[in-house]
Write a protein that binds this ligand. Structure first.
Ligand code: SF4
Ligand code: MG
Length: 334
């Protein structure tokens, strides 16, 4: 499959009153058509900023980007804002966690979908409205020809997220970036929305980047996974490989903190000890060392690179962790 997007060495720095803070530090990955790449990690790991950097949604006066984000042989980081506008929503679309903040309460949903279509495609209002109805139908909203005349507050959370998906996909983007698209929804609706994204991905042959803290969601829909910690990628692998053979102690901890739906409930849920350090005070050496049970002097002195091909890991002792496979990774912490 052709590679749609190649992020290489992306570094996103916020220029704050107290000096620069690098929130994304040298992140690289690729996304192909028809692939769903999961980007996982705890809040504050830089996964949302990574997705916002791809679409350059951050305030450019206070943000510095380095590295490259190549889309169709063009580095998005070197495009003008005007060129970027023709890419957003048209070639690359984004959906967020909370549809209410992205939908305008004073316009009908039909108007809002049609508006996106008119901006990007040279069609009149009538054609755009007809397309809006068609998009709503595609997302499985019942009686779309009636729904187009409703306002956001008249819809349930799940319906609003479908509307956001309709807007995001109205111009048939090649790539969809979905940042915690189902986090605010209850479990049944969550499954429906994930199924919908998967269906549309296949129909439209899109690439999808799914940002989530939820490994259950990853297991359900992703083909490859990137695990982020404190602004860096610590592991990347195919989804089955990652779940069966996690090599980074952080990934191992994350996986052990997922409740097993069908598994033994008496087994204690594992919590990774310690808190995520502040980005303004990044630990020396391996960034995970203060929380890692395997940390050695080497780890505390020098930071490992991301190593490997199909299965990449950033850990000095990944090979020894592997040998401990089967043995539970248990920390003493809370
Ligand atoms: Fe732990 Fe060392 Fe690996 Fe970092 S490099 S994750 S501290 S074992
Ligand atoms: Mg986020």
């Amino acid at each position: 499959k052709e590679c749609l997007l190649e992020v290489s060495g992306l570094k996103t720095t916020f220029l704050t009153e107290n000096g620069p803070v690098t929130v994304v530090n040298g992140v690289s990955f690729q996304v192909s058509a028809g692939e769903t790449l999961g980007v996982v990690g705890e809040s504050g790991c830089g996964k949302s900023v990574t997705s916002e950097s791809i679409l350059r949604l951050l305030n450019e006066k206070t943000t510095r980007y380095e590295g490259e984000i190549n889309y169709k042989n063009r580095n998005l980081l070197s495009l003008t804002e005007e060129e970027m506008r023709s890419i957003r929503g048209n070639e690359i679309s984004m959906i967020f966690q909370d549809p209410m903040t992205s939908l305008n309460p004073v316009y009908t949903i039909g108007d809002q979908i049609a508006e996106t279509i008119m901006i990007h495609q040279k069609v009149g209002k009538k054609a755009a409205f007809a397309k809006a109805v068609e998009m709503l139908r595609l997302t499985g909203i019942p009686s779309p020809e009636k729904r187009v005349h409703e306002y956001p507050h008249e819809l349930s959370g799940g319906m609003r997220q479908r509307v956001m998906i309709a807007i995001a996909l109205a111009c048939q983007p090649k790539l969809l970036v979905a940042d915690e698209p189902t986090t605010a929804l209850d479990v049944t609706i969550q499954t429906q929305i994930l199924d919908l994204i998967q269906d549309l991905k296949q129909q439209l042959d899109m690439g999808v980047i799914l940002i989530t803290h939820d490994l259950g969601v990853v297991a359900e829909v992703c083909t490859r996974v990137v695990v982020m910690y404190l602004g860096e990628v610590v592991e990347e692998a195919g989804v089955e490989e990652l779940f069966e053979n996690p090599l980074h102690p952080y990934t191992q901890g994350l996986l052990q903190s997922v409740p097993q739906l069908d598994g033994d409930r008496s087994k204690k849920l594992y919590v990774i000890k310690g808190a995520v350090p502040s980005l303004t005070n990044v630990p020396k050496g391996c960034r995970f060392a203060p929380r890692c049970n395997y940390a050695t002097d080497l780890c505390r002195q020098s930071e490992p690179e991301l190593m490997g091909n199909r299965h990449k890991v950033r850990c000095w002792h990944a090979d020894t962790n592997l040998q401990k496979e089967g043995e539970l990774y248990v920390a003493d912490g809370s």
